[in-house]
Unconditional design. Sequence first.
Length: 189
Amino acid sequence: MTDRKLREAAKFLLPVLVLSGAMVVPAAAQQFSPQQHAYNQDVASPTQQDNLRTIAANVSEERAQLLRKKDAAGIAALYTPDATFVELLPRLDVMHGRGQIEGHFRDLLAANTSDLMPTVTVAEMAGNGMMIAGGDYALTVGGGKKIYGHFFQTLRQEGRTWKILSESFARPEPVTAVETNQYNSASGG
C-alpha cells in the first residue's frame, strides 16, 4: 500500500467516519425512546428514514440488475461524474470518476461475478441534497460461491435522480484477478 493511496483513503474516510457516527447515534437514540413501549399498540407509519432506505435500496437494486445484465457502463452511469470509489478490503484502492469505476465492474464481470445482492440497512439525509446510506451485500462468483461484504455510500440528488457520489466497500475475500494477485502476494501464497 503506497503512502499516496493511504492519504487518499484517509481524506475520503474522515468525512465518512464523522457522518457515520452522526448517523448511528440518532438511530440508536430513537430505538430507546420512552414513547416506544411494548404496550404501545399504534401501527408505526413509514418514517423519513424508511423512505430514504427505499430510495437507496432502489439505486442499489438497479446496480444489481445491471450487473446481472453484464452492463458495466450502465453501472458507471449510476455514479456522478466526479464519484470516488474506495475499496478497503481485500486491498486498498481508490478510484476516481466513472471510467475507473466502470473498469472495476468490468474486472468483477471478468471474474465471473453473476449476482450482487445488496441490503441497505441505514439511510439518512446529510444536507445539501445528499444522503448517506450503508449496508451489506453478497456477490455470487464462479461456481455459485457467495462472498459477503459491507458498503457505505453518499448519494447526491441530481434533478429527480439519485446518483452515487462516493462509496466505500470492504469484503474479506478477493474476487478480481488484481485483488487475487495482490492478496496472494501479501499473504505469501
